[in-house]
Design a protein around this ligand. Structure first.
Ligand code: TYM
Length: 327
């Protein structure tokens, strides 16, 4: 039996370098193994748990699918679909919600952040976010989830819910684990917190051209003289260098320690390395973008495959939880 992999990406616009290094890289790595069955979805319902633009949502949903394809997700190897097209995600989330408490979900750091960010929109859907994510994962009895470090609190809740279902209702949910990549935590270009779509100036978008990347990297704050304790933003530069230009990293680090480093040289070398990584993705994205019927065919076929598995799990759960089912 193959192990199952499930991943979700919110439909909130184009992806950034953090999404790519922390998650998409793990997704492509797992897809190339022979012992994993991979299912990857754009979580449009999750995008609706905070204020969103209803005119843009359809566009951003398709755009994330295109990003996945451009990053190397191969629809012959992995099912690619949209969460809301498989209605079992919302249905099963209701049952997952019975396995956790309001106290548990309201203490999550991600929930607290969102309450701060959107004080006028603290809805039941926002509180239920981790239950919907748990539903995404358990529906497929997934063992591996290629997400970044920031998702660990959600993974812990998913494991708790799995244990509860197994203990109380005799289900056989595996306890899902995070599949960890080297880029599991990409810090912000500002040096404060993680690289994030919602913080302007913190990220490199996968669609940025060399000029834009150079501008963004050049504006990362650095001291005039190198050496001594690194500031958080200088650390960010070295984290990216280590991941994307490993062969140049040691030489820049030595120059930093010797206080001979010219930051502009490091920044331009890093910009080139980032662009080298992103260019093939951008070329592929360009090709795929012009073939929307192909993209929609991929999404439809992916949903069929996902629905097949998800409907069996929901039926099993309903049966074990004592609901009346007619043949
Ligand atoms: P989302 O859409 O915020 O992010 C998508 C993925 O990108 C990773 N990521 C990062 N990794 C490293 N460094 C960063 N700075 C960085 N920023 C983002 C995230 O860890 C994530 O893997 N709750 C999820 C979406 C979700 C989901 C799921 C994930 C819903 N259902 C089921 C897995 C399985 C989220 O908000 O991801």
């Amino acid at each position: 039996m193959k192990k199952r992999v499930l991943n979700g990406m919110r439909a909130t616009g184009k992806l950034h370098l953090g999404n790519y290094l922390g998650s998409a890289k793990g997704m492509t790595a797992l897809q190339e193994t022979s012992d994993h069955e991979c299912l990857y979805c754009v979580v449009d319902l999750h995008a609706m748990t905070t204020p969103y633009d209803k005119v843009l949502l359809q566009h951003t949903t398709r755009s994330v699918i295109i990003d996945y394809l451009a990053c190397g997700i191969d629809p012959d190897k992995s099912a690619l679909f949209v969460q809301s097209h498989v209605t079992q995600h919302a249905e099963f989330a209701f049952f997952c919600a019975m396995m956790s408490t309001v106290a548990r979900c309201s203490h999550l750091p991600t929930y607290k952040e969102k309450v701060k960010q959107y004080p006028q929109h603290v809805t039941m859907a926002m509180l239920n976010y981790p239950m919907l994510m748990t539903s995404d994962i358990l529906l497929y009895k997934a063992t591996d989830v290629p997400v970044g470090l920031d998702q660990e609190p959600h993974m812990e809740i998913a494991r708790e819910v799995a244990r509860r279902f197994n203990a109380d209702y005799g289900m056989d949910f595996p306890e899902p684990q995070r599949f960890i990549t080297k880029g599991q935590y990409i810090p912000s270009l500002t040096g404060e917190g993680k690289m994030s779509k919602s913080v302007e100036g913190s990220y490199i978008a996968l669609t940025d051209d060399l000029d834009t990347i150079r501008k963004k990297i050049r504006s990362v704050p650095t001291a005039t003289v190198a050496g001594g304790e690194m500031s958080p933003s200088v650390k960010t530069l070295f984290v990216l260098l280590e991941l994307l230009a490993q062969n140049e990293c040691a030489q820049f680090k030595k120059a930093y320690d010797d206080q001979t480093l010219k930051f502009v040289e490091l920044k331009d070398a890093l910009s080139d390395a980032i662009y080298k990584e992103l260019k093939p993705i951008q070329t592929k994205r360009h090709e795929i973008e012009s073939n929307i019927p192909y993209v929609d065919k991929v999404i439809k076929e992916g949903a069929e495959k996902a629905r097949d598995i998800a409907s069996k799990t929901v039926r099993e759960v309903k049966e074990k939880m004592g609901l009346l089912l007619l043949r």
